[in-house]
Design a protein around this ligand. Structure first.
Ligand code: ADP
Ligand code: ADP
Ligand code: ZN
Length: 220
């Protein structure tokens, strides 16, 4: 089964594997990954007004205000590459964001195909987050223990030898980020279940196994 053209939301705790899976689906099916975390990090780096507003909040592990996020996603979703489907990774994260998304998709006469919860127990999250790093050049994601490059110190995708770690990926922020997830984002699970869109997969499994479950959940 193919996922071309699908519009999917990936939900799950910080470090749960959303970005990893979104990149695989983008590669396999040509549906673009819309990561609001990546968009915000680019804005911080570029020093835009959104970046200036978001920087300290992100470092603390709290959520950036809904109005800012809705503006960010609205302009991105209107770009032509989103016409071939998209995977929302990290948005929506609150009920007001979900309501704003619903309104903007309706306006564009688009619907959602599936909302997938990548479920990972809290106990696994510290290890996932503190071991995370990425290629500085192409953004490919890695992990100290769970997803090493084939050749140590060399990116599988682009051959770069430079890697980066996120400033917020410390044991200190994990509790705050998990609390934000459980308090502000988890209410979206019943919200999408009521709309008949929610499916839950086991995100504690190995990366390839999570991909298999995800493709089945969206296609099936
Ligand atoms: P993770 O991969 O750990 O889930 P993200 O890269 O998605 O984290 O997001 C990093 C940070 O960016 C969040 O902790 C939050 O501060 C901010 N952020 C990203 N997306 C949103 C959103 N939809 N609403 C509010 N804040 C967001
Ligand atoms: P999110 O986007 O949800 O914050 P990531 O996709 O960045 O999470 O994954 C967090 C870290 O855990 C990364 O270093 C990634 O390589 C690793 N990871 C992702 N999925 C799995 C998995 N199923 N098993 C083990 N490690 C994983
Ligand atoms: Zn690379």
């Amino acid at each position: 089964m193919k996922l071309e053209g699908k519009r999917i939301i990936l939900m799950g705790p910080p470090g749960g594997g959303k970005g990893t899976q979104a990149r695989v689906l983008q590669e396999m099916f040509g549906i673009v990954q819309l990561s609001t975390g990546d968009m915000l990090r680019a804005a911080v780096k570029a020093g835009t007004p959104v970046g200036l507003q978001a920087k300290a909040i992100m470092e603390a592990g709290a959520l950036v205000p809904d109005a800012v996020m809705v503006g960010v996603i609205k302009s991105r979703i209107a770009e032509p590459d989103c016409a071939n489907g998209f995977i929302l990774d990290g948005f929506p994260r609150t009920i007001p964001q979900a309501e704003a998304l619903e309104a903007m998709l309706e306006e564009m006469q688009m619907g959602l195909d599936a909302v997938i919860e990548v479920r990972v127990p809290d106990e696994m999250i510290v290890a996932r987050i503190t071991g995370r790093y990425a290629c500085a050049k192409c953004g490919a994601g890695y992990h100290d223990t769970f997803q090493k490059p084939k050749v140590e110190g060399v990116c599988d995708v682009c051959g770069s030898t430079e890697f980066i770690r996120r400033k917020d990926d410390t044991a200190d922020t994990v509790a705050t980020r998990l609390q934000a997830y459980h308090q502000q984002t988890a209410p979206l699970l019943p919200y999408y279940a009521e709309r008949g869109l929610l499916k839950t997969i086991d995100g504690a499994a190995a990366i390839e196994d999570v991909t298999r479950q995800l493709v089945e959940a969206v296609a099936g």
